[in-house]
Design a protein. Structure first.
Lengths: 195, 165
């Protein structure tokens, strides 16, 4: 069974004992115009009883007048100081790491390009969200994200924590630097079924 | 209504030695592709695995690599290359000891350069995280997998999956 990026994504062709598809598209937003925020809503109501984990697959670019931007993720509209994150990245000349605790969001520094990056290039990443609907567990995220353009190329392994046990009902994505996603940016949400 | 999403497109296992494994006539039906590679080569020394898209041998491939070998870690970039590296320290050898999983994002979009995330592992050598860009807006219709200057050995397997969006 293929296991992309580690533990999460599973083959949709079926699992043990002849089970059905396990990895399914839930929703996808492909922007046709500039948009400040992308939200996935009613998640627990629509998917909480069926899915154990979520995966976001993103290619995104903003209208920020710079080569890079910063992707911000929040859950349930919560901007209180309940988030932490780490990242380990390579920029072509060195490997570095940093973190933030008691933050108001999870920031992904390499998943979103700005509008001065090479034409037709987008930041990209795969984000696994573990146990978002469990009410006895905090919600955790891990990602492999990158941008590769003429000015700079960086690949990053990132992790995030939302220190709340409330089921995730919404995911909000926007630019931490107050810009907007441009047309062509793509945000696809997948679910991995519980047994 | 959820949609069955992860579709096995083709699984190629070599029954004879071969210079490369190529997937052709890839339909534009999916949003992303995933390659799962478990291969070996017929001779030493170890060699990195590479991809080429649509038969493009031009200098259009760019990667950034983050790697660790157990004692050292570092990052490198290779720009304007004629193929896309999908490993660096997790190169393949004459024994099955490597697994490499490659995500190819928005492969059929015609308004984006094609981007790739690779995670490659060989416990006896190292671990890599690689991001790549093919500087083309063409939809990917074929993928050539190879280890430059080497011959892939019998039993090597590369599986291609499509992800719906």
């Amino acid at each position: 069974m293929p296991i992309p990026l580690g533990v999460l994504a599973v083959a949709g062709a079926g699992g043990a004992a002849g089970g059905g598809a396990a990895y399914e598209l839930l929703e996808s937003q492909i922007l046709t115009g500039t948009q400040a925020t992308v939200e996935f809503t009613n998640l627990n109501a629509n998917y909480g009883s069926t899915y154990q984990h979520l995966q976001l697959r993103i290619t995104a670019r903003s209208n920020r007048a710079n080569a890079y931007d910063i992707l911000r993720m929040r859950f349930n509209g919560d901007n209180s100081f309940l988030y932490s994150y780490h990242y380990l990245f390579g920029n072509g000349s060195s490997v570095q790491s940093d973190d933030m605790a008691s933050a108001q969001e999870i920031l992904f520094y390499r998943a979103l390009e700005g509008n001065n990056a090479t034409a037709n290039t987008y930041g990209f990443g795969v984000f696994d969200i573990l146990d978002p609907f469990e009410t006895t567990k905090n919600t955790t995220v891990r990602a492999l994200e990158a941008y590769v353009h003429a000015a700079e190329s960086v690949v990053s392994l990132s992790s995030g924590l939302y220190q709340a046990t409330a089921a995730v009902s919404s995911i909000e994505l926007d630019s931490h630097l107050s810009s907007s996603f441009i047309a062509g940016s793509r945000f696809s949400l997948y679910g991995m079924r519980s047994s | 209504m959820p949609t069955a999403t992860w579709v096995a497109l083709q699984n190629i296992t070599l029954t004879g030695t071969q210079a490369d494994i190529t997937f052709s006539n890839i339909p534009a039906t999916y949003r992303d592709l995933v390659l799962v590679c478990n291969s070996k080569q017929t001779a030493t020394p170890a060699q990195d695995q590479s991809l080429q898209f649509n038969g493009d041998t031009g200098s259009n491939y760019n990667v950034v690599i983050m790697w660790g070998d157990g004692s050292t870690y570092d990052s490198d970039t290779f720009s304007n290359q004629t193929n896309m590296l999908i490993d660096f320290y997790a190169s393949i050898t004459t024994a099955f000891s490597n697994v490499t999983i490659v995500q190819i994002m928005d492969y059929s979009a015609t308004d984006k350069h094609k981007t790739v995330l690779s995670r490659a592992n060989r416990a006896s050598s190292g671990v890599d995280a690689i991001a790549g860009r093919w500087a083309s807006t063409d939809a990917i219709t074929s993928i050539k997998y190879f280890a430059s200057g080497r011959t892939l050995d019998i039993g090597s397997t590369v599986a291609l999956y499509g992800i719906v969006s």
